[in-house]
Design a protein around this ligand. Structure first.
Ligand SMILES: [Cu+2]
Length: 132
C-alpha cells in the first residue's frame, strides 16, 4: 500500500512538472523605476508573463499604456508646481494609478503586441514592452 501511494505521489509530481513546463509564460519580470526612468526601457516577454515594476524613486510614478500627453515646459526656478496637469489614463489597457515610493505594481500580459507606456505624472518617462 505504501508503495502504491509513493508511485501515485511521484506520478502526480511528474504531471505537475509537465503542466508547469507547458505553460508559455516566461519567468516573472522585475522592472525598476528609478531616476525618473523605466529600466530596462525596452523589454520583450512571452504571453502570460507577470511584469512587476518597483518604484525606487522618492516620488510617485505610474505605468500607463498609450500615447504620452505632450510634456509641459519646465517651470521657472522657484515656481510652484501647481496647478498640476491632470493625469492621463492612457489607452486603458494598463493603468497602475499612483505607485508610491518603495511600492510595486504587477500586471499579467495575456495579450500579444507592443505596449508603449509612460508615467502619467511625468509624461517624458516612456518605455516599450513587447509581448510575443
Ligand atoms: Cu513619474
Amino acid at each position: 500500500m505504501r508503495l502504491v501511494i509513493r508511485v501515485l505521489g511521484a506520478s502526480l509530481l511528474g504531471a505537475i512538472a509537465i503542466f508547469a513546463c507547458a505553460s508559455p509564460a516566461g519567468p516573472p519580470k522585475a522592472m525598476t523605476i528609478k531616476g525618473f526612468a523605466f529600466t530596462p526601457a525596452t523589454i520583450e516577454v512571452t504571453k502570460g508573463t507577470v511584469v512587476t515594476w518597483k518604484n525606487e524613486d522618492t516620488v510617485p510614478h505610474t505605468v500607463t499604456t498609450g500615447i504620452a500627453p505632450p510634456t509641459f515646459p519646465p517651470l521657472p526656478s522657484g515656481a510652484s508646481p501647481t496647478p498640476f496637469p491632470s493625469l492621463s489614463s492612457g489607452d486603458g489597457k494598463v493603468n497602475s494609478g499612483r505607485i508610491e515610493p518603495t511600492q510595486s505594481f504587477s500586471f499579467t500580459f495575456n495579450e500579444t503586441g507592443t505596449f508603449n507606456y509612460f508615467c502619467a505624472v511625468h509624461p517624458a518617462m516612456k518605455a516599450t514592452l513587447t509581448v510575443r
